[in-house]
Design a protein. Structure first.
Ligand code: PSU
Ligand code: MN
Length: 319
């Protein structure tokens, strides 16, 4: 079976020339933000990647093609569409086999990035262990993906709609490195701190790029999660979010919202309950993550190059 993988000409050129490329997901466009902010943000995030020296590759499934890098018109169509599927690992093959259109979650975007040869990916927040998972069993496939697909994912931590302590425990069990950039506390998406200490902290993007390569050198599968705290001016402290989150969660429960509808429902309700402030924060943190991802991607390539040169020099000396 031939894989319907379609890499845009600009992404193809960047990859062929060894230039840094940053993957971007599309569920945030179709299920994470309302129109027109979703389109404005998607374009702006691509621009931030470019300003930081890398080529953006927004990923989605369009009419059964796994597209890596979207033309502006494709981005616009996706932002306007109301029927796009939300595609995670479990859905990707079916959507491609049946010619469907859908956006990719963090898990599915990682799969596509790996296929295209892209090692760095920026998003807003990853999916995780939901509150009440002990009865609902609702744990995002994003966590398993981080354990098996070699892509470094830059996110603003995990949303406080999730059970953050349990999310960190599952990541630890799965052997996923969780690295907070520049602070000790693991961030909570809209808030800079979750009140929990991050498993790891690195202050230097080149150390993050080197760790990515070292996992590969060790022969370990999987990627790493880089948690990048939201800018202080745009954060919404946890205490302010908590009552709104509690309300959104209880509404979800009484409406019997389940499976892949849970995250979009909660995000939509929180947008309404914060009178749009959650969206302002969300846009700010995605741009912030795109910038850091582009810097890491640049270093990743340099490091890779350096490693090859070093290996070559080492062999030369042994000869
Ligand atoms: N965080 C956001 N907006 C989003 C998502 C996360 O602020 O749209 C999306 C991401 O694509 C993530 C997905 O991969 O939600 C997780 O969904 P689930 O919990 O159903 O696995
Ligand atoms: Mn889920």
């Amino acid at each position: 079976m031939r894989l319907p993988l379609s890499i845009s000409s600009s992404v193809k050129a960047a990859l062929a020339n060894g230039l840094p490329v940053v993957a971007l997901e599309s569920t945030i466009i179709t299920h994470g933000m309302p129109y027109p902010q979703n389109l404005v943000t998607a374009r702006r995030v691509e621009q931030v990647v470019r300003e930081n020296g890398a080529e953006p590759a927004t990923i989605a499934v369009l009419n059964g093609q796994l597209c890596v890098g979207l033309e502006d018109i494709q981005l616009e169509d996706l932002a306007l569409s109301t029927g796009a599927m939300k595609l995670s690992r479990a859905d990707l093959a079916i959507a491609l086999a049946t010619g469907r259109t859908g956006s990719t979650t963090v898990a599915a975007t990682m799969i596509a990035a790996k296929l295209a040869g892209i090692a760095v990916f920026a998003t807003g927040g990853i999916g995780g262990v939901h509150r009440g998972a002990e009865t609902s069993f609702d744990i995002s496939a994003d966590l398993q993906e981080l354990a098996q697909t070699p892509v470094t994912v830059i996110a603003a931590g995990a949303k406080a709609i999730l059970d953050i302590p349990k999310t960190l425990e599952v990541l630890e069990t799965l052997g996923v490195p969780v690295i907070t950039f520049g602070q000790d506390d693991f961030p909570a998406f809209w808030a800079r701190s979750s009140g929990l200490r991050s498993p790891q902290r690195l202050d230097d993007p080149s150390a993050i790029a080197a760790s990515h390569l070292m996992r590969d050198a060790l022969g370990l599968p999987g990627g790493q999660l880089v948690a990048n705290p939201i800018n202080v001016d745009d954060e919404i402290p946890l205490e302010q979010m908590e009552p709104l989150i509690a309300r959104a969660l209880s509404e979800a429960q009484s409406l019997n919202i389940a499976q892949k509808a849970v995250t979009p429902f909660l995000l939509g309700r929180i947008f309404e309950l914060t009178a749009g402030r959650s969206l302002v924060a969300n846009i700010s943190l995605v741009k912030n993550n795109a910038g850091l991802a582009a810097r890491i991607a640049g270093l990743d390539r340099c490091q890779d190059e350096a490693r090859r040169t070093e290996a070559g020099a080492g062999r030369g000396a042994a000869d």
